[in-house]
Design a protein around this ligand. Structure first.
Ligand SMILES: [Zn+2]
Length: 108
């Protein structure tokens, strides 16, 4: 797959369907989101990523904006540089859960 940011419409639809129209980072449903969703590169093009569907994630605008082109960040619990959640390699429930009131995503 060439290193292009272009993602064909059929691949965008496939990625959204695979994610069940939920943000792959916060699990927000597209139907309840205040803004548009993005097809984002899990490993950014600028950091060896490709536009292959295995490197694409369905993301709400908020998560995509926060993640930007990062692949690692300081873990607030360990205070160590840690890879960011990878929707194809990591299981969401191993890393996150919902707060008791169901309003926030928190670390599991
Ligand atoms: Zn999100």
């Amino acid at each position: 797959m060439p290193k292009s940011r272009y993602i064909p419409t059929d691949i965008k639809k496939e990625v959204a369907k695979r994610a069940k129209h939920l943000c792959e980072y916060c699990k927000c449903p597209k139907a309840y989101a205040p803004g548009p969703f993005d097809i984002e590169h899990i490993i950014p093009i600028s950091k060896t990523g490709t536009s292959d569907s295995s490197n694409l994630a369905y993301s709400c605008n908020g998560c995509n904006g926060l993640k930007y082109n990062k692949i690692e960040s300081i873990d607030p619990i360990s205070n160590k540089l840690t890879p960011i959640f990878h929707p194809r390699k990591n299981k969401w429930s191993d890393h996150f859960t919902w707060s008791d009131d169901g309003l926030l995503v928190v670390y599991a």
